[in-house]
Every structure is written in C-alpha cells, then in structure tokens.
Design a protein around this ligand. Structure first.
Ligand code: NAD
Ligand code: IPM
Ligand code: MN
Length: 364
C-alpha cells in the first residue's frame, strides 16, 4: 500500500535541503519502485507569515494522518522579535509534543572520507560511531511554571521548570537500553545528579530500568564532564542517554566530531515507531538562499525514515551507500571541504547522491 510522508520544509535552508532529499526519494520511486506519496505543508516562520501561527491546524492534521514526517528546519532572525507563543520554534516543539515524539535518536558517525574535515585529530575521531538518545517531549523545554514576570523588587525575572516524572524517564530509558542491545551494549546516561533533584531521579530510574537489561553495561556521567569527554575521547561512548536540553547541546557538540553539523540526521519516534525525521541543525540563516548548505543530514534523515518508520532497511542502506559513494568521488559542500576535494553546492551534492543511487541499481 502506498505510504504517505508529510513534508515540512520550514525556513532558511530548510526548503533547499529538503528539495535534495525529495530528489533522492523520487529516484527511489522511479528506479526502485517504492510506493510513497508526499504532501507538503507549512511550518515555522513560513507558516506564521501566511497563517499567523507556526503550526497551522492543517499542518498538524496532515502530520497526524501521514505515516511519517520529514522536516527541514525552522526559525530565523526575521521572527525573533515575535512573542514566544508564535515563534517558529514553537511550531517544532508543538508538533513534537502533539505527536508524542519522546524518543529522539541522533547518530554521530564519522565517515572515513571526512576525517580531514573534523576539527579534531584523526586518531581521536576515526571510526567514531555514537548514538545519542535525547528525551524530546519533557524536561525544561516543557515544564511548568514558565514565563517572565516582575518580581517584588520591580526587577524583570524569567523562569523555567526542569521536571520529569518516573514514566517519562522509564520509557526513554527502555528505548536507550534496547538500542544499546543492538549495538555494543554500552550505555552512558548523562545527568547533573550532583546538583539537580530532577536528574537525581533520572539516574535512579535509569538504574532500575537497567536491571531488566543485565547484558548492557550501564555507566553514568555528569553533563559537564560528558561534554569534555566528547571532545577528549569520544570513542569511549557507544550509546548516550540524556534529557531534552542536555541532549540538544551534546548532539551539536558530537556533530562537529563528524566534520560538520550538516552531517547529522535524526529520528523522533513515538511509542509505536511513528516518527518525524529532520537534520539536527537549524535553518542556518547565515547561509540561507545561497545554495551552499550541506543536504546530507536531511538525505540521511530520509534514510532513517525508511528504516525506522517504513521498515525498509534495503532502501535506507542504498541511500547511505550512495552518500558514501558521493563522498568517495570527492564531492564536498563548503562545510566539509578539505584540500584536494571538489567543492559543490547543495543541488550538486544532491545530484551526486542521486546518480550514485541510480548506478547502484544498474550494478545490482
Ligand atoms: P544552525 O544549526 O542553524 O547554524 C549553526 C551554524 O551551522 C551556522 O554557521 C550554519 O551556517 C551552520 N550550518 C547549519 N546547518 C548547516 C548545513 N546543512 N550545511 C552547512 N552549514 C550548516 O543554528 P543557529 O544559527 O543557532 O540557529 C539558527 C536558527 O535555526 C534559529 O532560529 C534556531 O532557533 C533555529 N534552529 C532550528 C532547528 C530545527 O529546526 N530543528 C535546530 C536548531 C536551530
Ligand atoms: C534542535 C533544535 C530545537 C531544540 C529548537 C529549534 C527548538 O535546536 O532540534 O536541536 O532545541 O530542540
Ligand atoms: Mn539543537
């Protein structure tokens, strides 16, 4: 049966990079017979400009009705003066909450071709393959009370609440242990249990859940140390489990180990495996409209979509191999460029991936 993907390009480089992922999808449909339809909708600033809200009802309805969602990025300086309630980022947070996408998988893999693109020494990063599991619908991003007020001294005050209940921690911990079981059976839970009660509970629950997975080696690390260790010796990690805000920060850090933030895809899953897929980077206003953004994170997000939501590991493998072939051929967008390589723009990188995909069909 034909499956449906809701496509939400968003703002800034969002439409540029999503266009390349759609080229890859078209190739899979034409050359490999995949039966998938797509429908686009507005989100973020683009939606606010037309509809006055960053998450229009029809966008949410489409995302709910579709089998899966592919998103570009949201946000940009144009919308920064707006009230928080209608900022583009609220659209993204809203759709994550509405679809209950609590499990965010952010794999950081360094392709051997990109060792020279990483800012770290080759011996520190070669062979890197980490999976960061970020809790996505709780924590300080959503905790109440939140807001701004004038305090008794007449000063402006801002406040947010870091809060997790047992079941929220338990369900993300199960996801992390199960993923660790399929990898190298090493799970590091990252918290700030020495200071924050909420993450003390986090650690307690992760230990409890860990009893059900005796084959997984569980360790704990404070987030400040973890960020340092990620740069000092990242290969000590296999799966990292952490909360919403720490996961946001640590995954940008891990991205740079792989050469560029333009390389990291992500999957955000609900309890049934339905998901939304997006690069971990933002709308990159500094390079938007110049056709130089790296589309690989988005193309790899499409691969994750096919693997996790449509159970099509074959197509996902094909896409990942095609990315490697394009890199092998020396194609590099500016963010992953190193001497001697061929510098290309967003569309040329997409074309190189599509042509590698096509030739893989002729070979098979
Ligand atoms: P950003 O990730 O957009 O950009 C950070 C830096 O990385 C910039 O120099 C940018 O040019 C570069 N970069 C990002 N993606 C790239 C790509 N594919 N190819 C090459 N270079 C790339 O982060 P920011 O500048 O802090 O945020 C910009 C806007 O994006 C903000 O409005 C923010 O809220 C939003 N944002 C959205 C998402 C999302 O939609 N998931 C994620 C992060 C930030
Ligand atoms: C991300 C982004 C988002 C987040 C923002 C844009 C709401 O930084 O997906 O990493 O903080 O989750
Ligand atoms: Mn982020």
């Amino acid at each position: 049966m034909t499956k449906k993907i809701a496509v939400l390009p968003g703002d800034g480089i969002g439409p540029e990079i999503v266009a390349e992922a759609l080229k890859v999808l078209d190739c899979l449909k034409q050359d490999f017979g995949l039966e998938i339809e797509t429908e686009q909708a507005l989100i973020g600033g683009a939606a606010y400009d037309v509809k006055g809200t960053p998450l229009p009802e029809e966008t949410l309805a489409l995302a709910k009705a579709a089998d899966s969602v592919l998103l570009g990025a949201v946000g940009g300086p144009k919308w920064e003066p707006l009230d928080y309630s209608v900022r583009p980022e609220r659209g993204l947070l809203g759709i994550r909450a509405e679809l209950e996408l609590f499990a965010n998988l952010r794999p950081a893999i360094l392709y051997p071709q990109l060792v020279a693109a990483s800012t770290l020494k080759p011996e520190v990063v070669s062979g890197l393959d980490i999976m960061i599991i970020r809790e996505l619908t709780g924590g300080i991003y959503f905790g109440r009370p939140r807001g701004r007020r004038i305090n008794e001294n007449g000063e402006r005050e801002g406040f947010n609440t870091l809060i997790y209940n047992e079941s929220e921690i338990r369900r993300i911990a199960h996801v992390a242990f199960q993923i660790a079981q399929k990898r190298n059976r090493k799970l590091c839970s990252v918290d700030k249990a020495n200071v924050l009660e909420c993450t003390e509970l986090w650690r307690e629950i992760v230990v409890e859940v860990g009893c059900e997975y005796p084959d997984v080696e569980l360790s704990h690390m404070y987030v400040d140390n973890a960020s340092m260790q990620l740069v000092r010796a990242p290969k000590q990690f296999d799966v990292m489990l952490t909360d919403n805000m720490f996961g946001d920060i640590l995954s940008d850090c891990a991205a740079m180990l792989t050469g560029s933030i333009g390389m990291l895809p992500s999957a955000s899953l609900d309890k049934n495996g339905k998901g939304m897929y997006e690069p971990i980077h933002g709308s990159a206003p500094d390079i938007a409209g110049r056709s130089i953004a790296n589309p690989i994170a988005t193309v790899l997000s499409l691969a994750m979509l096919l693997r996790y939501s449509f159970g099509d590991a074959g197509s996902a493998d094909r896409i990942e191999k095609a990315v490697i072939t394009a890199l092998d051929a020396g194609y590099r967008t500016a963010d992953i460029y190193s001497e001697g390589m061929t510098k290309v723009g967003t569309a040329e990188m997409g074309d190189a991936i599509v042509s590698a995909l096509r030739s893989s069909n002729h070979l098979s």
